[in-house]
Ligand binder design. Structure first.
Ligand SMILES: [Zn+2]
Length: 465
């Protein structure tokens, strides 16, 4: 029998606001436990929430970026459950009337529907140490959006594509920093399998809190196979929540699936419903930055960049802004993109900060375009610029780094190299084509890396016959 997987994703994303959703505490990661807490986010009796407008605006931005309908009227509900990291005994969220609905993400020609985006608060965090458990409320009340896809995804690969696109849109709109290692983007997956062509849903497993796109893809692949194997053996998978273990690359049962009716959602009585005007939405729409897809189109059309170039540059907002700045100053933006990806990106450290001014990249690139320097000099210049800033043209002049474009000058270097390396020359003439590469390297070294590579290749071929 042929099977089809039905996959839906629920993605929680922390919003990049200055303060929390219902109080003035700072929204920051990595601070000493319980230093960003006040009576409101600690759930003390008698306190009242005050909604953070910045969070609402970011959620609307996400909705626009994800092609959603922005609902002018939405409401907060209380999701009641007991857990030590939830001091109020309920989470303030949007259940019945979410802020955004009916959007989609295009993953290369196929649209994956987005059912809803709702605004809610994050819970605190439990820290387990040996036989003790501590609670850190710094995260309690941090604004989140939950983005719920329709069950339109059919494979682990599609899920990874969807997540990549989603991350790009949220990053470039400034909605979230999407740092998975800091928990500001968290993925829950729903997987079921059914005979192809039928429209019912099979037994569903949920995999919670997967912390990379790669693992999401792997976990889905594993689950699909597990379900098919069970069906083939006349068994049925359980409706349950499982976790993915990255080491064994398998999923394991955590608990039976909880039913949402157990949560007892009730309308929140302390927050007035959200009432957003058309003007407010238009105002945000007008200020939307260019999304990755639009930028990609521009890079291809205006600068002749490849898919590979675009994918690399559009990984981070500041990479894209850097490239765009350098491109404006470059005679050949494609060459600047090549230098950025092959040379500068290889110098990046874990903070991903580029320590060279865009102007300097353009200067180096332009000297290459004008055939004043060659690529190996460009590489050396960029490595030096990474350490300290300087005027590139002056530096090239002072250090005589000009490319050798004169035929007679380069010829002299080649003759010298051939005389000194008779064995390599003989090898080449006996048919060892690799010897050409060795000679090229020797001449390059003699010229301190300044030979015009094209001219060197032509001359060497001529001389070797
Ligand atoms: Zn607070």
């Amino acid at each position: 029998m042929k099977y089809e997987a039905v996959i839906g994703l629920e993605v929680h994303v922390e919003l990049k606001t200055n303060t929390k959703l219902f109080c003035g505490c700072r929204n920051e990661f990595g601070k000493k436990p319980n230093t960003l807490v006040c009576p409101v986010c600690a759930g003390m009796p008698g306190t009242l929430p005050r909604l953070n407008k910045e969070a609402v605006n970011l959620a609307i931005k996400a909705g626009i970026g994800l092609n959603c309908k922005i609902n002018k009227f939405s409401r907060f509900d209380r999701k009641n459950y007991y857990y030590p990291d939830l001091p109020k005994g309920y989470q303030t969220t949007q259940y019945e009337m979410p802020l955004c609905t009916d959007g989609y993400i295009d993953i290369g020609g196929r649209k994956i529907g987005i059912e809803r985006i709702h605004l809610e608060e994050d819970a605190g965090k439990l820290i387990h140490e040996e036989d003790k458990t501590f609670v850190d409320f710094n995260r309690s009340g941090v604004p989140l959006i939950e983005i719920v896809s329709r069950p339109d995804i059919r494979s682990g690969e599609e899920a990874a594509l969807y997540l990549k696109k989603l991350r790009g849109i949220l990053l470039f709109t400034g909605v979230s920093d999407c740092k998975m290692n800091e928990g500001s983007m968290r993925v829950d997956v729903n997987v079921s399998v059914r005979p192809k062509g039928l429209s019912f849903f099979g037994a569903k497993t949920e995999i919670k809190n997967i912390n990379s796109f790669q693992y999401t893809q792997e976990a889905i692949g594993y689950e699909i196979n597990r379900h098919i194997e069970l069906y083939e053996n006349g068994k049925t998978p359980e409706n349950e929540t499982r976790r993915y273990d990255e080491k064994s690359k398998k999923t394991y049962t955590m608990r039976a699936k909880e039913d949402s009716s157990l949560y007892m959602y009730l309308p929140d009585t302390e927050l007035v419903p959200l009432d957003i005007s058309e003007e407010e939405i238009d105002e945000i729409r007008k200020k939307m930055p260019l999304l990755p897809e639009e930028r990609e189109k521009m890079y291809v059309k205006e600068h002749g960049l490849s898919d590979f170039d675009c994918e690399n540059i559009l990984q981070e907002v500041h990479f894209a802004e850097y490239f765009e700045e350098a491109a404006k100053l470059s005679k050949d933006a494609k060459n600047s993109a090549n230098l950025l990806i092959t040379q500068i990106f290889s110098l990046l450290e874990s903070d991903k900060v580029i320590k060279i001014k865009p102007l300097r990249l353009a200067e180096v690139s332009n000297l290459m375009t004008d055939e004043v320097i060659n690529s190996s000099t460009a590489k050396k210049l960029l490595e030096k610029l990474w350490e300290e800033d300087f005027d590139v043209e002056n530096y090239v002049k002072e250090n005589k780094l000009f490319q050798i474009n004169e035929k007679d000058v380069l010829s002299r270097y080649i003759d010298e190299a051939m005389e000194e390396n008779q064995k390599i020359v003989d090898d080449y003439r006996k048919g060892k084509k690799k010897a050409l590469k060795a000679l090229t390297g020797i001449v390059m070294a003699k010229t301190r890396g300044r030979a015009n590579p094209r001219l060197l290749n032509t001359l060497l071929n001529e001389k070797l016959g």
